[in-house]
Design a protein around this ligand. Structure first.
Ligand SMILES: C[S@@+](CC[C@H](N)C(=O)[O-])C[C@H]1O[C@@H](n2cnc3c(N)ncnc32)[C@H](O)[C@@H]1O
Length: 213
């Protein structure tokens, strides 16, 4: 997917206003400028930022059409991927969770700069977020599946939809997680990389906890 293809993909999938295009462009510019201060995306992906990061994040949104109303929680948001992209493309409340100080400050600055009143940052570890039931949980390059679920299961209930971009190893990671975690899982192919996949899950519960219960 070229950078032009990536922008066309966004235009074809979402009703993006001129103001939102401007904000997306501003986000990309701020992110690239911040690369002088901290390493937010792989250097090799810099020329392909729209395909490799913006569309790679935005493609999660159509997968959430069936989700309940409520908050989208993004674990380990880092550069704001996918959290900021989601907040730009929809009105649903977004909570981005990030533990590293410089990244927390970067994300907080973006919320002001892009006027994203429906988004917020939790500066701390995922494990420390007060228990809640998110409508949607995303996590991109955050942690292997078992650790991801272990750290965030207190943020979900049986209705929570998990959308988890997982690269080329999605199926293997899913198999490895199945001994400890059960739920309704399926795997969607990524639109940005034919070899990559997104794990979509619902009703995720610990086998151990269920067994005891
Ligand atoms: C590899 S980066 C990915 C960032 C972003 N999601 C992306 O796709 O570009 C992983 C991020 O998760 C954060 N992180 C890792 N473990 C965390 C935890 N337990 N709680 C909160 N943030 C965490 C790291 O600080 C880092 O910014």
């Amino acid at each position: 997917m070229t950078e032009d293809d990536a922008r066309a993909w966004i235009a074809n999938h979402f009703d993006v206003s001129r103001e939102t295009w401007e904000k997306l462009d501003r986000y990309v510019a701020i992110l690239l400028a911040e690369m002088r201060v901290q390493n937010l995306i792989a250097e090799s992906t810099r020329p392909h930022i729209w395909a490799r990061h913006i569309v790679d994040s935005a493609q999660l949104l159509p997968l959430t059409a069936e989700a309940a109303d409520g908050r989208w929680i993004d674990l380990g948001s880092g550069a704001g991927l996918p959290g900021i992209v989601m907040a730009l493309l929809m009105d649903r409340p977004v909570l981005m969770v990030e533990s590293r100080r410089k990244r927390i400050d970067f994300l907080s600055g973006l919320l002001e700069e892009l006027d994203l009143a429906h988004a917020a940052v939790f500066g701390g570890r995922v494990e420390a977020v007060p228990a809640t039931a998110a409508a949607i949980i995303s996590a991109r390059a955050y942690a292997p599946l078992p650790r991801l679920f272990e750290s965030a299961v207190h943020l979900a209930d049986e209705k929570t939809l998990w959308v988890l971009p997982k690269g080329r190893n999605a199926q293997n990671e899913l198999e490895a997680a199945r001994s400890a975690w059960q739920g309704a899982f399926h795997v969607e192919q990524s639109v940005t990389d034919a070899d990559s996949a997104i794990i979509v899950a619902r009703s995720v519960t610990s086998v151990r906890r269920k067994g005891r219960g």
